[in-house]
Design a protein around this ligand. Structure first.
Ligand SMILES: [Zn+2]
Length: 339
């Protein structure tokens, strides 16, 4: 486990006050990256330095995930949608095999990461033999920088989509491009996928990287008639405006709770402009400039802030107890065919 992950009295208080009696049981964490150290031993320091998220967490064996969950959410039963680390330098076949093994022991529901150069025969065989619920493609397979201007089909080729479609599997998509969900080319390609491959279930991670409400608002309008055909996960989104927008403009069965562990195990929150976000964090990562040092002691876990934001917004929007259970658990069970 990461040594920086420490629960303090302030966290206990925050949990008791804002979460303990409001979170449903069980919870399905539908976005967690699981692996072993050897799967990422070839990931270079340069790659890690290029993405703040990788410095926070890059290794999480199943046992660690269980420990993090038990510490964060004592007494709640947690289920996991396990994703590999979708980095080009990672040992993807070995990471996929590790998750397939965990799925075989009924410990997790798993997605397999695909490399765009893999042929259809290999991908189909791995998908079915490995007991995977679907695919976790990633833009890093087509470009090395975050938010690169690449096509979705550069890292999620049609011959892989055809397999997911044919077998009724899910695809958890992390969007490329600086315009995020509001980007016209992303919108066009998302609409192409749902129209051409109606047999698969498309889940768009991080509300389409909508960490600011502007992207979600514009993107949902641009999706037009196809808005109802996609799902979104909430991973790494703590902006209340985004959750409110989602609750107002999506069906509640389209929203799946996820946290993006082990990236977000630190204490902190975010500040936003119209188009950007800034991490405010207590722990000493190289990217942390401690711009809010005086208040850092009072920070709680980022994921607690996320849960509180979601629960507050659901309450404000008059969501029923059933809707809360759906978003935190049932929707993921349905979309990923999990138990
Ligand atoms: Zn992730």
């Amino acid at each position: 486990m990461y040594g920086y992950f420490q629960k303090d009295d302030n966290d206990e208080r925050f949990y008791a006050e804002h979460l303990a009696n409001r979170l449903p049981d069980p919870i399905f964490d539908a976005h967690a990256h699981l692996n072993l150290p050897e799967h990422v031993s070839r990931v270079s320091q340069q790659t890690i330095n290029g993405d703040w998220a990788l410095e926070c967490g890059l290794v999480m064996p199943y046992e660690d995930a269980v420990s993090y969950h038990e510490t964060l959410f004592p007494n709640l039963k947690m289920k996991i949608l396990a994703l590999p680390w979708p980095l080009p330098e990672a040992d993807i076949p070995a990471n996929n095999a590790y998750l397939s093994g965990l799925a075989g022991e009924n410990k997790v529901t798993a997605l397999m990461t695909i490399r765009p150069e893999w042929d259809a025969e290999y991908v189909e065989k791995q998908l079915l033999a490995g007991g995977f619920a679907g695919f976790k493609p990633y833009p890093y397979m087509a470009a090395s920088e975050k938010g690169a201007e690449v096509s979705i089909f550069d890292f999620l080729p049609h011959h892989h989509l055809e397999i997911a479609d044919k077998h009724g599997k899910a695809v958890l998509l992390h969007l490329p491009r600086k315009g995020r969900l509001a980007d016209d080319d992303n919108i066009h390609e998302i609409r192409t996928i749902v129209q051409r491959y109606p047999g698969l279930r498309l889940v768009i991670a991080h509300f389409g990287r909508s960490f600011n409400v502007k992207y979600l608002k514009e993107g949902l309008i641009k999706l037009g008639d196809d808005k109802g055909a996609v799902y979104f996960d909430t991973a790494a989104v703590i902006n209340p405006a985004v959750h409110r927008e989602a609750l107002q403009h999506l069906r509640s069965d389209q929203i799946l709770f996820g946290m993006d562990l082990p990236i977000l195990l630190w204490h902190g929150k975010r500040r936003w402009t119209e188009t950007e976000y800034f991490n405010l964090c207590r722990e000493d990562f190289s990217w942390n400039k401690h711009t809010d040092a005086d208040n850092e002691k009072s920070y709680t876990f980022f994921v607690y802030e996320q849960c509180k934001a979601m629960l507050d917004c659901m309450e404000e929007e008059g969501a029923s107890a059933q809707t809360v259970k759906d978003i935190f658990h049932h929707n993921a069970v349905k979309v990923y065919g999990a138990k």
